[in-house]
Design a protein around this ligand. Structure first.
Ligand SMILES: C[C@H](N)C(=O)N[C@@H](CCC(=O)O)C(=O)O
Ligand SMILES: [Mg+2]
Length: 365
């Protein structure tokens, strides 16, 4: 099975409601789609989100990186040589992690198809059903409370509450949600870099002293502020999770060795795809550190790949934040992974099992 062509397109799916974090507000998924075609007629699919505020990737940068730099290296490559192709993708250029992720996802999809096996089995197997949390966007307190109650009523047992906009209000937001859903859902906080280290410690002490139990606090301070992550981790009882501070395996090792975080959030758009996601999970497992697997604002194409990784690495990936598809107004994929509120299940179809993408608009070369 040899690669003959790499095609690019766009998929556009409105969100059910605007997604709001300390970093940005977005109401539509507009992601780049990569399809890799082979001489056997098989097609592998990948997707990349342009989350410039986190990864630096834009639609333009990804189109250029894939079309001009990565794709030309892959033509004629045999899918059976997975490690060689992964190396070609990862060494094609620096950074551009989302562009690399989309290409890697499509390559791994084909690798599963080559052996007529679902990807999670190719990666080591596991239980084909996992459970995700759902994001509660940062907003007025009443809106966040009603969104939380409705998520719990829909069966979500874990809520990822976005904060980081206003420290005083953030504490009130979390207390109000806690009072409304106590005993019905676990609460995770994600400040998306919105606090200083001192503010984070102050807020967490206010919540801990008020008896608000939180499962974890994600990325309280700026991505580059590893000393700040450590300052918070050293002073609060709630486990601290690194998201924007960690992209690749080397950063994970540094963070763990400095004891700057208790948990690592792995996202394919940060790692550059599946190969480094697995490497990070294996490193974390060696250190006895748990991981979450997360996503950006993505549809069920790239999130499917994260689901397969989560299943195969469930010994160390103990927390799942793969709610992208649940936030979408519709699922553009035929086949693939099934997202039913908090429950995500994979089929036994080869690779990612994607048959077609509705509303896909090709980009001409
Ligand atoms: C969608 C997911 N629950 C999430 O919150 N992901 C990111 C932010 C993604 C984005 O801004 O597109 C996170 O910070 O964890
Ligand atoms: Mg986060």
């Amino acid at each position: 099975m040899k690669i003959t062509e790499v095609r690019l397109g766009m998929v556009r799916v409105p969100l059910k409601t605007p997604f709001k974090t300390a970093l940005r507000t977005v109401d539509t998924v507009e992601d780049l789609i990569v399809s890799i075609h082979t001489d056997s007629g098989h097609v592998g699919y990948g997707e990349a989100a342009a989350t410039a505020v986190i990864t630096g990737d834009t639609h333009g940068s990804m189109i250029e990186a894939i079309g001009k730099v990565i794709a030309p290296r892959l033509i004629g490559e045999d899918i059976a040589n997975l490690n060689r192709i992964v190396r070609l993708v990862q060494t094609a250029l620096e950074r551009n992690t989302s562009a690399k992720a989309a290409v890697e996802i499509a390559v791994y999809d084909l690798w599963g198809q080559l052996y007529e096996t679902p990807l999670y089995r190719m990666l080591g197997g596991g239980e084909p059903v996992i459970t995700t949390d759902i994001t509660i966007s940062v907003d007025h307190i009443d809106k966040m409370v009603s969104d939380s109650i409705s998520a719990v009523d829909r069966g979500f047992e874990s809520l990822k509450i976005k904060v980081g906009k206003d420290i005083g209000l953030d504490v009130e937001r979390v207390k109000a949600i806690h009072a409304a859903v106590e005993g019905r859902a676990l609460l995770r906080l994600d400040a998306n870099q919105g606090w200083t280290a001192k503010q984070a410690v102050h807020a967490m002490h206010a919540l801990e002293d008020a008896g608000v139990h939180l499962e974890l606090l994600e990325q309280p301070v700026r991505a580059q502020d590893i000393a700040g992550m450590k300052y918070v981790s050293d002073r609060v009882k709630t486990p601290v999770m690194a998201d924007e501070s960690v992209f690749g395996p080397l950063e994970v090792i540094e963070l763990i060795e400095r004891r700057a975080a208790d948990i690592i959030n792995i996202k394919l758009m940060k790692t550059g795809g599946i190969s480094n996601a697995i490497r990070i999970a294996d490193i974390a497992a060696l250190y006895g550190v748990e991981c979450m697997i997360g996503c950006m604002i993505e549809t069920s194409i790239s999130v499917a790949a994260a689901v397969h990784v989560a299943i195969a690495k469930s010994d160390v990936i103990t927390k799942v934040d793969l709610d992208g598809p649940s936030l979408c107004a519709f699922d553009p994929v035929d086949g693939g992974v099934t997202f039913n509120e908090s429950e995500i299940s994979v089929s036994e179809a080869p690779g990612l099992g994607i048959r077609a993408i509705r509303g896909y608009k090709p980009i001409s070369a």
